[in-house]
Design a protein. Sequence first.
Length: 193
Amino acid sequence: MTNVVINSAGYVTWMAPRVFRSSCNIDIYFFPFDDQKCLLEFGSWTYGGYDVNTTTESVPPSLTYFVHNDEWELLAIGDKHEDIYYVCCPEPYPLVTFTIYVRRRSMYYLIFLVSPCLLFSIMTILGFYLPPEAGERVGLGITVLLAFTVFLLMVSELMPPTSSAVPLIVCYYGVTIMLVMFATFMTILILNL
């Protein structure tokens, strides 16, 4: 139960504490180095602005009860109040929009997804420096190709499923897999000369 404040003019102020769960459209193009913007809109569709007025405080939103997250970093929170007028009704309908800006903490992804890809690429180049009589050049290329495929599967499991854009990291893995296939093909071609 919460209290309401009634002033001498008859205005009632009700500050109801609530926990809201919401979802955002996520742009994963720059995954895992992405920033996201989430909008939370509050307003009344039943009563106009003369009956219910949704407002924000004059100070910026408080982060007193903010709980830190290991995956996301909170960059900023903004709020905006606007009155919307519809064709049907003469009174305004107030709308308060909170904009939350977050950035993904990417160190985990950098260590476990990007670094191995760089190391596998270096191993592919080093395969050309193996002597032809070593006989393991083709095996090295196939092993690196399989490792890339496994890591690409890991990337697909870690990303949120969306079809709005192909992330750059997937393009990077795809191009690198094609280069490793080309290097393995060239190794086979050179060994059979």
